[in-house]
Design a protein around this ligand. Sequence first.
Ligand SMILES: [Zn+2]
Length: 461
Amino acid sequence: MRTLITNGTVVNADGSTQADVLVEDETIAAVGAGLAADADRTIDASGKYVIPGAIDVHTHMELPFGGTFAKDTFETGTRAAAFGGTTTIIDFAVQSRGKSLREGLDAWHAKAEGNATVDYGFHMIMSDVNDGTLAEMDQLVGEGVTDFKLFTAYPGVFYSDDGAIFRAMQQTARNGGLIMMHAENGLAIDVVAEQAVAAGNTDPYYHGVVRYPIFEGEATNRVIRLAEAAGVPVYIVHLSARDALAEVQAARRRGAMAFAETCPQYLFLSLDDMGNGFEGAKYVCSPPLRPADHQEDLWRGLAGNDLQVVSTDHCPFDFHDQKQLGQGDFRKVPNGLPGVEDRVDLMHDGGVVGGRLSKERWVEIISAAPARMFGLAGRKGVVAAGADADLVVYDPNRRRTISADSHHMDVDYSCYEGRQVQGASDVVLSRGRVIVENGEWKGEKGWGRFLRRSTAREHLA
Ligand SMILES: [Zn+2]
């Protein structure tokens, strides 16, 4: 099967060129001007970009949280991702307290296999650090699960103390993997949250108030310092506040192996969205939405490469059922927002159309950097001969309005309801197969394959 994509502008992170792209079976065979091939099918990309399929390195399909489950399955979540131009996800397998990493990883393989519609990998969330789980970390690295996420937030659930975090970091320094950190001071947050509820401030808005930006800054500095001491690269997930960005910047200036992502919700939404009574529950996530004046700092961080990646932290809960668990106490609202479908277009609109990012930098942030940093370089994140034919024919001029009425995520609201964005995916290919075409689904449950990824030591050096 040969597919020729003609007349498009191929946009890679390192440059753009007018070129055709020839796909043979699952792989890109050639990129060049005037490719004449007896293709089985030709896709005209005149006036469009041809970009590498986007990669979302932070999703939570079917995550158990707060007595319920994130609603998207690997089938519905990856289908929605594909409609939005994302052809690879890396989801977080979870070790439950008292269980092994293996049990957690097996459970996630079982959720994804035969269901995912695009390729996927896993990171591993560690809830217990002990001799057994430390030894298991090395095994997982050998299986292509090369990053481990720990938390300074959520005491009693995912929280690890500094000693546990440091032990995991030492182990990871030895096995070549990467440490990912949810960096907020969960113990201090719980004190302030308790005081807020005692004072009768129970609306979702107070979720945003009690998790101070300085608590994120403090924890970010602490975990980076611990990582420096252990000699391991560290990646701060969902960085939301300028206080934390300043710590990442300072660390990078002194040569630390510190990296960070932010998410669209921190670039496009703010604490103001959390007002309006219980409606604010739609926007409850952690770290919380920040006062709007943090946004431009994050955009500058992205432009200047102190932030390398934008992922979504996709973790959808229905407003009319699941979010209601937090009526009367914001601490009981399940934490998480839908977003896997919207990231590529939001970043194009706010970044490229908004004049904050070049189109090449946009591709870097949504696809090339995620591939490079998470062990998929050469296979994903680039339009080049030899890479997997994960491709998006992207119309940079089409306007659309984001709405729960038209999105494909299995959730009953959109955080961006009514927002108009410029830029949309027209045709999406996963390993050479057209899976979305002009708004129609052509993909298949089970098409997605598990990706064994290389280690940070191999690709971050
Ligand atoms: Zn997350």
